[in-house]
Design a protein around this ligand. Structure first.
Ligand SMILES: [Zn+2]
Length: 75
């Protein structure tokens, strides 16, 4: 048997995304969805000089392609 209660809860909604690289806002399309971008979360581990540090950032599509142009092996 399942007994349920009604309960209100808060939900976090992304209001705005800013590209960490160029500083431009990731715009929404005509349907209200954000244009595509990359979100990276990295927690550095024991073998890193940044052990324990956590990096979080967002990069727009244009900046991502500019960054990856510098890669020796393209993604
Ligand atoms: Zn950008």
């Amino acid at each position: 048997m399942i007994i349920k209660n009604k309960e209100l809860s808060e939900v976090e909604i992304t209001e705005k995304v800013i590209c960490n690289c160029c500083g431009e806002e990731i715009k929404k399309n005509a349907h209200g969805y954000l244009q595509d971008y990359i979100h990276i979360e990295k927690k550095w581990g024991y073998t890193s000089e940044n052990d324990g540090k956590e990096d979080l950032f967002d990069v727009c599509e244009k900046c991502w392609f500019d960054i990856t142009k510098k890669f020796k092996y393209k993604p």
